[in-house]
Design a protein around this ligand. Structure first.
Ligand code: RIB
Length: 305
């Protein structure tokens, strides 16, 4: 067993404390410009939210995942999507605020532009956090994104328990500066978030600075069409993208995260975990929607040959 495999095991419990959104997805010839009005070619309502998408990807990749979060009375589609994908919904609760939603524009090249309405995602209370974390233990994995409130408290409490914290700081905003980033074991960031965290633009510089700032953390940096790289404490490895014709890139990063985290924490070498994640997200972008586009692991394995 290599060093990177120490402390990782098969079928560990993964708690994803995250958002769930109804994605109002408009198909457009191009992303609307300031002052412009355009008629959409299509409108679909998909289950989404970075949290939900990542939970679905974790489950489809084979992880033992629990999703904690809040939905409103309008959140049936979100609950059903989790259940049907194999996500444990014991900690998915309904509150009086409407579910979070996103207005998503998708253009002819599959590129998107997103407006978020947080809704129920920002009604998390410390009591709810305590109740959820009470069911998890030292060594369990906690995955977080930045679409819910109480992140600093969740991180602080989970760290005290000895959980391994994985952070996808997306979307990046000032609220994250209140979090104790030193408690994070693994960051998954794209180039923009890498720049927002470090002030550096070059991938190697982002990695160097991240390691300087958080010497105990491992980093996955995704680089769009240039692939992705993993920087552990002792090794760096790279993975190019699998080239496909994109139809909708919404949730591609979430698919990548769910697959990487599953494979990595079940004990795969980082290079192999990156390869699985890259193929899963390549398949996802050939399909419309976010969570509904995430492939099952069998399909990913088949494509990898
Ligand atoms: O990462 C994609 C997701 O971002 C969408 O599903 C949308 O809900 C927003 O949270």
């Amino acid at each position: 067993m290599g060093n990177t495999q120490k402390g990782r095991q098969k079928k560990m419990k993964i708690l994803n404390f995250g958002s769930l959104n109804l994605d109002y997805t408009y198909q457009l010839p191009h992303i609307v410009m300031p002052g412009e009005t355009i008629t959409s070619l299509d409108l679909q309502v998909y289950p989404g939210g970075k949290g939900l998408n990542q939970s679905v990807a974790l489950a489809k990749a084979g992880a033992n995942v629990y999703h904690a979060g809040l939905i409103g009375a309008d959140g049936d589609l979100l609950r059903k999507t989790c259940e049907q994908s194999g996500v444990d919904t014991t900690f998915l609760r309904e509150c009086e605020t409407r579910s979070g939603n996103a207005i998503i524009q998708v253009d002819e090249n599959g590129q998107n532009s997103i407006i978020l309405y947080p809704g129920a995602n920002r009604q998390i209370t410390k009591e709810f956090v305590d109740e959820v974390l009470g069911e998890f233990q030292e060594g369990d994995v906690l995955l977080l994104q930045n679409e819910i409130n109480e992140l600093p408290y969740i991180m602080e409490q989970a760290y005290e328990k000895g959980m391994k914290i994985v952070l996808n700081p997306s979307p990046f905003d000032d609220a994250l500066r209140l979090c104790n980033m030193e408690s994070v074991s693994l960051f998954l960031v794209n180039e923009v978030e890498g720049f927002q965290m470090t002030g550096e633009k070059e991938p190697k510089e982002i990695i160097r600075k991240m390691h300087e700032m958080y010497p105990y953390a491992e980093v996955v940096l995704t680089l769009g069409s240039k692939g992705a790289l993993f920087a552990g404490k002792e090794e760096i490895c790279e993975q190019p993208i699998f080239s496909v014709k994109a139809v909708d890139t919404t949730g591609a990063g979430d698919t990548f995260t769910g697959y990487f985290v599953t494979a990595y924490y079940e004990g795969k070498e980082p290079k192999e975990a990156l390869r699985l994640a890259a193929m899963a997200s390549a398949i996802a972008v050939t399909r419309k929607g976010a969570a509904v586009a995430v492939p099952m692991r069998d399909e990913v394995m088949q494509k990898l040959g």
